[in-house]
Design a protein around this ligand. Structure first.
Ligand code: TMP
Length: 214
């Protein structure tokens, strides 16, 4: 695949401040004159959004890690083929709220699905496609949980998980960050303004290196 656009992803546990920082990333790209497209996973196309609803709904039966894995990759296949790749090929940048690092963290470490299975699906569904830059917003599990508890919205099926689960998810993300240079860990336990400043600094450096028009 020849692709001219860049692919940036944002990761972090619930309560890490992903949404606000996603806005900060997008505002910065806009200010630099980058043509970008914001999207999210699971989701980003009508069918993938329907699969997202299936994943996050509460069911009167247990849901296995394998089922979750297949749902997120079904959504991802749709998203990659119909949105991500065509846009990157046209030269647009894609900014995605979560991608496959979340699958390794949630289904791999959280649900204990063997990582080798996830790697197989990753190769099958994504081919060579990998993010160019990933910002991982890291925050202590207790802090993140307090923030989620303070929200008014009803918790989805994954937000209802216990502390042990989120501890494993965090360990999973940190392990991936050690293994992949594209993942930059941001301390999301700081004041929001400082977190945003750190995020923008990383994105700004990336834009300087990769955006020819800047
Ligand atoms: P969020 O958009 O609020 O981050 O919610 C998405 C939820 O989906 C979140 O609990 C993490 C979960 N998820 C997975 O379990 N696996 C995945 O591969 C992705 C992309 C998300």
């Amino acid at each position: 695949m020849t692709r001219r656009g860049r692919f940036i992803t944002l990761e972090g546990s619930e309560g890490a401040g992903k949404s606000t920082n996603m806005d900060a990333v997008c505002d910065h790209l806009a200010a630099c004159g980058v043509d970008y497209y914001p999207t999210r996973e699971p989701g980003g196309t009508p069918m993938a959004e329907a699969l997202r609803n299936l994943l996050l709904s509460r069911w009167e039966e247990s849901v296995s890690g394998l089922s979750e894995l297949l749902v997120v990759f079904a959504a991802r296949a749709q998203h990659i083929e119909n949105e991500i790749i065509p846009r990157l090929q046209r030269g647009q940048w894609v900014v995605c709220d979560r991608f496959t690092d979340a699958t390794f963290a949630y289904q791999g470490h959280g649900r204990k699905v063997p990582l080798a299975r996830i790697e197989q699906l990753e190769t099958w569904v994504q081919g060579q496609l990998q993010p160019d830059l990933t910002l991982y917003l890291d925050v202590a599990v207790e802090v993140a949980q307090r923030r989620v508890d303070a929200r008014e919205a009803e918790k989805d099926r994954l937000e209802l998980e216990q502390r042990d689960f989120f501890t494993r998810v965090r360990e999973g993300y940190l392990q991936r960050a050690e293994q992949h240079k594209r993942i930059v860990v941001i301390n999301a336990g700081q004041e929001l303004a400082q977190v945003q400043e750190d995020v923008v600094q990383v994105v700004s450096r990336f834009v300087d290196q990769h955006h020819k028009g800047s």
